[in-house]
Design a protein around this ligand. Structure first.
Ligand code: BV8
Length: 252
């Protein structure tokens, strides 16, 4: 494999010419903002829980107080976190593409809202948001204030219970989000997969859609993943270090 510097140079050259760019991000891009990745061992009072088991409708049905407490503690952590150079450099790429009439679509599996905080505009939240909660009785959505919830499970204004506005395992993704992702994957010249273990579907499948069409596909990830040998370039490194270098080389 080429050295990282060589990979960055060739990807930056493609980025400088691209008309349409799609990016899929996962928990790894928020790691440098202090938000634990999804599969890192949980810490503190959550360390004996498996996130994959907690992020399900079954877990919420069995213990709505526990699951709501977990999500509210994550919501507080996300509110307190700041975007890192990985997030802000993706917002820079979007601005560069838009300034020359190009297209930029940011597909995120993250529920932390940090891409929006960093100034990204065309953000597609494939797995929803921890900052939006939904009434289990009326399906109406609320955006709770900054304070932690005082009561668990959280009563809704409509007599039901509030659940986090995220997509749990076994739940369908928002159809509009899937449509936007499919459109981006089928029209982009360049598809990045950043900070994701690429094991959760359908999100992990969009890079292959782009690759099969001949788009240039690039992974930026700390560790190898199941897609590492199926993309054009797999760059091993931190998103907060690699993406700013791409911006520097592509748009100097
Ligand atoms: C669906 C929201 C149709 C909640 C999440 C059986 C029954 C039902 C479904 C299935 C089934 N078997 C398989 C499925 C499909 C299932 C799935 O894919 N399962 C996998 C695990 C096998 N998918 C679904 O259920 C989806 N829905 O298919 O509906 C359906 C419906 C019914 C029946 C059948 C089909 C819904 C999936 C969405 C689940 N919700 N999150 C929440 O956040 O609590 S997914 C969860 O995993 C997180 O959102 C996260 O985004 C996602 C992926 O994790 P990553 O983001 O990749 O994070 P991870 O920690 O894994 O990796 C981080 C990476 O970053 C690492 O590789 C690391 O090396 C790297 N890294 C770390 N630091 C850095 C870094 N990289 C760069 N820089 C750094 N600094």
């Amino acid at each position: 494999m080429d050295s990282i510097a060589k990979q960055i140079e060739s990807v930056a050259a493609a980025l400088s010419r691209a008309r349409s760019v799609a990016v899929l991000t996962g928990a790894g891009i928020s790691a440098e903002s202090g938000i634990r990745t999804f599969r890192d061992t949980m810490e503190g009072l959550w360390k004996e829980f498996d996130p994959q088991k907690l992020a399900t409708p079954q877990a919420f049905a069995a213990d709505p107080a526990l699951v709501s407490r977990w999500y509210d503690s994550r919501r507080q952590g996300c509110r307190a976190a700041d975007p890192n150079p990985g997030h802000t450099s993706l917002a820079d790429i979007e601005r560069h593409l838009e300034s020359r009439g190009g297209r930029f679509t940011l597909l995120t599996q993250n529920v932390d809202g940090l891409h929006q905080k960093a100034g990204s505009r065309n953000v597609v939240e494939l797995h929803g948001s921890v900052h939006v909660w939904r009434c289990t009785k009326t399906d109406k959505e609320v955006t709770p204030g900054p304070e932690p919830f005082q009561q668990f499970p959280v009563p809704s204004p409509w007599g039901g219970t509030l659940r986090p506005g995220v997509v749990w395992f076994g739940e369908m993704l928002p159809p509009a989000a899937v449509e936007a992702a499919e459109d981006a994957a089928t029209t982009c010249d360049l598809f990045f997969s950043v900070g994701t273990s690429a094991v959760v579907y359908p999100a992990a499948g969009f890079v292959a859609v782009a690759h099969r069409r001949g788009a240039l596909t690039v992974e930026i990830n700390r560790d190898p993943t199941p897609i590492s040998s199926h993309v054009t370039h797999s760059i091993r490194g931190k998103a907060g270090e690699i993406i700013p270098q791409l911006v520097q080389h592509a748009f100097k």
